[in-house]
Design a protein around this ligand. Structure first.
Ligand code: CP
Length: 322
């Protein structure tokens, strides 16, 4: 099987088989990340632009590390250091970057559809690293890898609760699509003002009471309050929100045995999640970050080479020449 996609805009482009291939490819690359020398020559000579027009710690650093561990050359461009601040349009910025012949552009942008806008205009691969409220496919894929390792690849019959600011969350949108595709049941819980409209069209169960939502859950994914995307007046206050929708250890008693907790980060301790729970054995938050590097290595490999996932196994096994 050759990888047929040029761009990754959202998980809706992927079949279940393709998602499982990405996760299997990431599993090969995960092993590289535990070696003393964390580098293979797989993408030597390829170049990737990391174009982040919004802040990021995890996604940007892990794409940078992923590229470098596969020997690609990575070039980071932030909005504040780019000619966007001088009035250059996104289209002209993209065409300018393309003229330098990169093999891929990873883009984060505050506008929903920005990644698609680039993908339609550029010959190189475009990977969406988060666009507005729309999608964050690489986050959903790393979350799926984290849960897949926990559940040995079997999502059937598992219940995942996504908790918090669903309305402004691209992570929630991509995760609902991906978890459903893999066979899990998805629940949503949050204040009415932070739930999106037309939820009846989503394949989810909606709860307004956190204790009821946690009952029997196999995994609970807390979301960050996206204060930068919210209008004023959606919440009475952070203390009130934390009291009603903040996840803490007492909620875990109602969840299924072995229930784990995820958060895409950055976390607001004591708001979306209690500090003790974030640091507890149930928390997979740092494992998510670790898996992010492997998933992004897999994505750079598949989208830049369009080779089969089997070739990734060979690539992962090859060492870097001394
Ligand atoms: N989860 C996530 O996208 O984190 P960053 O904003 O730090 O990249």
């Amino acid at each position: 099987m050759q990888w047929k996609h040029k761009d990754l805009l959202d998980v809706s482009q992927l079949s279940e088989g393709e998602v499982r291939h990405i996760l299997a490819t990431a599993a090969y690359f995960r092993e590289i990340n535990s070696r003393p020398v964390k580098k293979v020559p797989t993408l030597k000579g390829r170049s990737v632009v990391l174009f982040f027009a919004e802040p990021s710690t995890r996604t940007k650093t892990s794409f940078d590390m992923a590229g470098k561990r596969l020997s690609a050359d990575t070039f980071a461009l932030a909005k504040s250091g780019s000619s966007l601040v001088k009035g250059e349009t996104l289209k002209d910025t993209a065409l300018t970057l393309q003229a330098m012949n990169p093999d891929g552009i990873v883009i984060r942008h505050s506008s929903s559809g920005a990644a698609q806008f680039l993908a339609e205009r550029l010959d190189c691969s475009v990977i969406n690293a988060g666009d507005g409220r729309h999608a964050h496919p690489t986050q959903a894929l790393l979350d799926a890898l984290t849960l897949s390792r926990r559940w040995k690849g079997d999502f059937a019959g598992k219940t995942v609760l996504i908790l918090g600011d669903i309305a402004h969350s691209r992570v929630a949108r991509s995760n609902v699509l991906l978890l459903t595709l893999l066979g899990a049941r998805v629940r949503l819980c949050g204040p009415r003002t932070l739930l999106p409209p037309r939820l009846d069209a989503w394949p989810v169960e909606v709860f307004s009471d956190l204790s009821a939502a946690c009952k029997g859950a196999d995994a609970i994914m807390c979301l960050r309050l996206q204060l930068e995307r919210q209008q004023a007046g959606l919440l009475p206050g952070l203390r009130e929100y934390a009291r009603t929708f903040g996840l803490s250890e007492r909620h875990m008693a109602a969840a299924a045995p072995g229930c784990c907790v995820l958060h895409p980060g950055p976390i607001n301790r004591g708001v979306e999640i209690g500090s003790a729970l974030a640091d507890s054995a149930e928390s997979l938050i740092l494992e998510q970050v670790e898996n992010g590097v492997a998933v992004r290595m897999a994505l750079l490999f598949l989208y830049l080479t369009r080779k089969s996932p089997d070739a990734a196994q060979v690539a992962a096994q090859s060492g870097m020449p001394e």
